[in-house]
Write a protein that binds this ligand. Structure first.
Ligand code: VG1
Ligand code: CO
Length: 544
């Protein structure tokens, strides 16, 4: 095999964000752009030389091209083996599962997750460590530093690999093992959940559900597991064929973008249960009949009920939630006498806690929940968790959630996203908040009195690493809270996220409209952050 050394120049914009490097496809198509980043991974992860890499993506436009490039670079960088999902497909949680199961030296996942796909949309790449989880900050910083000094990369001149045929292939001396992308993941799910109980629930014929794969990666996984293994009727999975542009949609499972599945839970003959996942299969939205489960509540409910399910029968060691996620999980942890850790946004911060056995269940408000079974959030896992819980409790989704509120209190919660605002305006708003922190405590807005205001920083309890500047928190004496932060996954301008939360312990007041309850906090947020004046926006672009 001939190997080429290609001269290149550094790009200065390859610092990974919340979850890898995400840019427009056209940006990735610049000569050497992808190659530089991949070479930086190989240069900094010395165990990959002579080792095994897992490779796959969510099937979006540019996935196949990128996979062929990475395979040739892997061979030229002396890897001994690459495990690839058939067709270049692997959901993010499945990639994590495969990395762990075959004890590889890491994985490269090609995805921009919930961002739209297609020639004019987004692409992304991230490295996952040998524990199966997203590279921690120290690692992503090392990769970024390396990109800044990149002068050359290695690539083999071998022909493309046939990604369609399962089995062994090669690029020069390197083995390329094309695997079924679903098999290992499906096997793991069988170990965690009571498939017989779920099967019986479908068999009884009275329980109806739909799953919306949003033309993204979870189609093949959901069809195999829900329809073939668990006996759900054919057609349970909708939009199940992965498309390079996700059918022109926005594969983000929330009330704004996944309206097709929401409509199946409302209106004429609503189904009992519905769910959707995102572009790369790590997010989930869960719905009952005429009922939406807030992701923060979902995390708390999972933590409170995990011990009912086979994979978690021994109980859970602890819980973690990202900082902006509601404090519903904290109340469960308190009741169970276990720890609830508050981490910065992004799954990479859960890795150490999971590895150290400090937590079993973790999640984020952004439709992400997961456990120690892999090191990524896991959309279909969450759906199976809920299905198993429904089969066990024989109650509706609404009953389960309302019962949880009665027991633990309800954390009313909502998130406002102001997308595509001017970067300078966004930075100005955050700076203004930062400068107000000292003067805010004690300020009264009607019954709301600010108790604390800070910029969240996190010291990892396992390795002591410090992550600063992770978002502005403003807490009130009645337990309410608001959080401001800028997104680290967007590819256009800036996105301001405002997270609002109000705690209601009184069961008689737990069944109100979230928007009504949260309204006073919206007004306070506007006043404190001067959102309208600084961004020119009267209202958010997305409310979840
Ligand atoms: C968003 C979410 C965050 C999530 C991240 C990756 O990040 O808020 O909770 O971990 O996306 O999810 P940000 O920086 O835009 O707020 V995924 O499914 O896009 O990999
Ligand atoms: Co995702």
């Amino acid at each position: 095999m001939k190997t080429k050394t290609v001269p290149t120049q550094p790009f200065t914009d390859q610092r990974p964000g919340t979850s890898g490097l995400r840019k427009k496809v056209s940006h990735f198509q610049q000569e050497h752009y992808l190659e530089n980043f991949v070479q930086a991974i190989f240069d900094t992860q010395s165990d990959l030389g002579g080792g095994t890499l897992v490779l796959g993506g969510d099937g979006r436009y540019h996935n196949r091209t990128a996979i062929q490039v990475i395979l040739k670079m892997a061979a030229a960088n002396c890897l001994s083996e690459v495990i690839v999902g058939q067709g270049g497909l692997l959901s993010t949680p499945a990639a994590s599962c495969v990395i762990r199961k075959y004890k590889t030296q890491g994985g490269i996942i090609l995805s921009a997750s919930h961002n739209p796909g297609g020639p004019d949309a987004d692409f992304g790449i991230k490295f996952n460590a040998p524990n199966g989880g997203p590279a921690p900050e120290g690692m992503t910083e090392a990769i970024y530093k390396r990109t800044l000094e990149m002068q050359q990369y290695q690539i083999s001149e071998a022909p493309n690999v046939d990604l369609e045929s399962i089995g062994n292939h090669s690029v020069g001396d390197m083995l390329v093992r094309v695997i079924d992308p679903v098999d290992d993941y499906a096997e793991l799910m069988q170990e965690l959940f009571d498939f017989d109980a779920i099967h019986s629930m479908f068999n009884a014929g009275t329980f109806r559900m739909h799953f919306d794969a949003m033309h993204a990666i979870t189609g093949p996984y959901a069809s195999r597991i829900l329809e073939q293994m668990l006996g759900a009727p054919q057609g349970t999975v909708i939009n199940g064929t992965p498309l390079e542009d996700f059918g022109g949609g926005h594969p983000d499972p929330n009330l704004a973008h996944a309206h097709e599945i929401v409509e199946l839970t409302t209106g004429f003959e609503p189904v009992d249960f519905a769910a959707a996942s995102d572009g790369d299969g790590d997010r989930n939205m869960v719905l009952g009949k005429n009922f939406y489960v807030n992701p923060s509540d979902s995390l708390a409910i999972m933590a409170a009920n995990a011990h009912h399910l086979p994979g978690y029968r021994m109980g859970i060691a602890g819980i973690a939630r990202s900082m902006p996620t509601s404090q519903a999980a904290d109340r469960v942890a308190e009741a169970m006498g276990i720890e609830c850790y508050e981490t910065p946004t992004g799954w990479k911060f859960f890795g150490n806690l999971l590895d150290a056995g400090k937590i079993t269940i973790c999640g984020e408000e952004s439709f992400g929940t997961g456990s120690d079974h892999v090191r990524e959030k896991d959309g279909l896992w969450a759906v199976l968790f809920w299905l198993n819980l429904l089969a066990f409790k024989r109650q509706s989704v609404r009953k389960i959630v309302e019962g949880h509120w009665r027991r633990f209190g309800r954390n009313y919660y909502t998130r406002y996203d102001y997308e595509g605002i001017d970067t300078n305006d966004a930075n100005g708003l955050m700076e203004h908040l930062q400068n107000s922190l000292a003067s805010l405590p004690g300020t009264e807005f009607g019954q709301f009195v600010i108790q604390y205001a800070d910029n969240f920083s996190y010291t990892d309890p396992v390795d002591g690493s410090l992550s600063q500047n992770q978002g502005i928190r403003i807490g009130f004496s009645n337990g309410s809270r608001m959080v401001f932060r800028l997104s680290g996954t967007g590819t256009e301008g800036a996105t301001l996220r405002l997270y609002l939360e109000l705690f209601e312990p009184d069961p008689a007041k737990q069944l109100q409209q979230t928007s009504d309850v949260i309204a006073p906090l919206v007004a306070i947020a506007q006043e404190v952050a001067e959102i309208r004046q600084r961004t020119g926006r009267d209202k958010p672009s997305v409310i979840t």
